[in-house]
Ligand binder design. Structure first.
Ligand SMILES: [Zn+2]
Length: 153
């Protein structure tokens, strides 16, 4: 896997799984390999209990958002759809997940100064609900820089 040349975005995703589904890197990695990726596409996975699991090494290119893989770090929160139909978008992440996300993003910003945060759905041209909450608003509430007005150039 090739190291990334630049890193200026942190993209937040969700697994689009219901709250009862306790999965992590292993299961998501299997989905991604089935889709033809060489390994799990995200750099970090945050399980329902808030445990952080490493995916791809942070310095190599991920496979999580085709438009920005070459310039971003991808994080996946497990959850994001309603239990009843397993498809309706729902911001159902747990308190330990929110805390883990805040810690993780703070750490990435320290390692990659100048990064901006956005959700998968905020990438221009993407028609998805992922990560099922407003990641830029969340970032700004934590005092993190968000990617507003399209992608930074
Ligand atoms: Zn996504």
């Amino acid at each position: 896997m090739n190291p990334r040349r630049s890193t200026d975005l942190i993209v937040i995703h969700c697994a689009a799984t219901p709250p009862s589904m306790d999965i992590g890197r292993e299961e998501i990695g299997q989905w991604h390999i089935r889709r033809g990726f060489r390994a799990v596409g995200y750099h970090w996975i945050i399980r329902r209990d808030g445990r952080l699991e490493p995916g791809r090494p942070e310095n190599v290119q991920g496979a999580h958002a085709v438009e920005v893989n070459a310039r971003s770090i991808g994080i996946c929160l497990v959850g994001g759809v309603a239990e009843r139909d397993r498809r309706t978008p729902e911001s159902n992440f747990t308190a330990p997940q929110w805390a883990a996300l805040e810690n993780l993003v703070a750490g990435i910003l320290a390692r990659y100064p100048g990064c901006r945060v956005l959700g998968h759905r905020d990438i221009p041209g993407v028609r998805k609900d992922c990560p099922c909450f407003d990641a830029r608003e969340w970032a700004e509430r934590q005092g993190f820089p968000a990617a507003r007005d399209g992608l930074p150039t």
